[in-house]
Design a protein around this ligand. Structure first.
Ligand code: UD1
Ligand code: UDP
Length: 381
């Protein structure tokens, strides 16, 4: 029997971190030819992940330009996908999450009448503009997809409410599979400044912030709050690997550069980031991926957004919504820094996002879809 040609498409850092373990799992099965197409919506931040997982894409659209608009990304991906599909002739296309690459990848697959598997399906805020444009991207992909790999039962329920009833699997999030390969007790950072941080002596707060809906005033408020936290707590060191987006870098430079106890550094490789998270005290972020990783490592998270499509860790008690108002962010962080009981309560909660076997379940589900294996059992948190 001919091998199934399964093509994974991704382009940004988080998609890459969550898809590389799946590309590897697919490649490990004798029934499958695992193909990888990157759009390179991100360039350096994508290449860094590919290096960590030692993955060489079969096709590279290389679309990134500085300060790219949503229309540019989407149209370049859509056009570039024509060549990738022609060259690699996939039987199924896998897309991940909710980026512009995800949407264009799914739409292109549909135009070529190729079935689509959506990894990390069913996340919702039900607010069209938040996160922007991700909420709409993932809803549009839901309309196109044939197989839905939901990280949690809650994500599956969201899809059922939208009358999507076929092809649903609860798999856990592949980010937990990735974490299992990167975090090590004896890890040494290649960014030397990170080896010298006063872990254990001071409270290391890990920060990231990049979302488009936070551009402008919300990002200013967030940065000023971070500055105040660092200025008013001598026992804190704030480490912020700044995203390569020029909009984000300008904001971080304007409001945080030169503040005491603030370390503005370049983006970290995935393994550095995961190991830093494992050693920090608290995470403050508007990132989606960090909201999933930090609970798995027992680290409390303050989310720098008004809402989250990841309510599971909020319910479990490891994540709290801090919003984008300066005073609220400062007071919520202050409590966790000063009040050991409040801190312990958040740090002891459980991780609801996976058991590290999401890639196996997704691959089994794909084989089942093509009549080449048993349907996998759903992941139970
Ligand atoms: C994108 C995704 C967002 C995801 C985020 C993860 C969309 C619309 N947004 O947002 O969902 O949370 O990635 O980080 O798909 N840049 C570089 N080098 C890089 C990466 C980015 O220089 O390696 C700069 C470029 O100037 C680029 C800008 O960052 O134009 C913004 O990148 P873009 O992919 O448009 O948006 P993100 O904010 O990264
Ligand atoms: N990450 C990384 N280096 C960094 C910042 C983040 O490797 O300097 C990782 C992080 O551990 C997570 C993913 O990138 O796995 C999250 O990506 P990002 O915050 O850019 O996007 P989001 O998850 O919000 O879509």
């Amino acid at each position: 029997m001919e091998k199934l040609r399964i093509m994974s498409v991704f382009g940004t850092r988080p998609e890459a971190i969550k898809m590389c373990p799946l590309v590897q799992e697919l490649a490990s099965r004798s029934e499958i030819e695992s193909l990888c197409c990157v759009t390179a919506q991100h360039r350096q931040m994508l290449d860094s992940v590919l290096e960590v997982f030692r993955l060489k894409p079969d096709y590279d659209l290389d679309i990134m330009t500085p300060r790219q608009t949503l229309s540019t990304i989407t149209s370049k991906c859509l056009l570039g996908m024509e060549g990738a599909i022609e060259a690699l002739r996939p039987d199924m296309i896998l897309v991940h999450g909710d980026t512009s690459t995800t949407f264009a990848g799914a739409l292109s697959a549909f135009y070529h009448q190729i079935p689509v598997g959506h990894v990390e399906a069913g996340l919702r805020t039900y607010d069209k503009y938040s996160p922007f444009p991700e909420e709409m991207n993932r809803k549009l992909v839901s309309a196109i997809a044939d197989l839905y790999f939901c990280p949690t039962v809650n994500n599956k329920k969201n899809l059922l409410r939208e009358d999507i009833t076929e092809g649903l699997f609860v798999t856990g999030n592949t980010v937990i599979d990735a974490l299992k390969t990167t975090v090590r007790q004896d890890y040494r950072f290649s960014t030397e400044a990170l080896n010298g941080l006063p872990y254990g002596e001071k409270k290391i707060i890990l920060v990231t912030c990049h979302r488009r809906e936070n551009y402008g005033e919300p990002m200013k408020q967030i940065m000023l709050a971070l500055r105040e936290i660092a200025e008013t707590h001598e026992d804190v060191e704030l480490v912020y690997p700044v995203h390569l987006s020029p909009v984000v870098r300008e904001s971080a430079d304007a409001y945080l550069r030169g503040a005491p106890r603030v370390h503005l550094i370049d983006p970290l490789s995935a393994d550095e980031m995961h190991n830093l998270m494992a050693r920090c005290c608290l995470v403050m972020t508007d990132s989606g991926g960090l909201q999933e990783e930090a609970p798995a490592l027992g680290k409390p998270v303050l989310v720098l957004r008004r809402e989250t499509e990841r309510p599971e860790a909020v319910e479990a008690g490891t994540v709290k919504l801090a919003g984008v108002d300066r005073e609220t962010i400062v007071s919520m962080a202050d409590r966790l820094i000063r009040d050991e009981d409040a801190y312990r309560e958040m740090a002891h909660a459980v991780n609801p996002y996976g058991d590290g076997h999401a890639c196996r379940r997704i691959t089994d589900a794909i084989l089942w879809h093509f009549g080449r294996g048993e349907r996998p059992a759903d992941y139970q948190a």
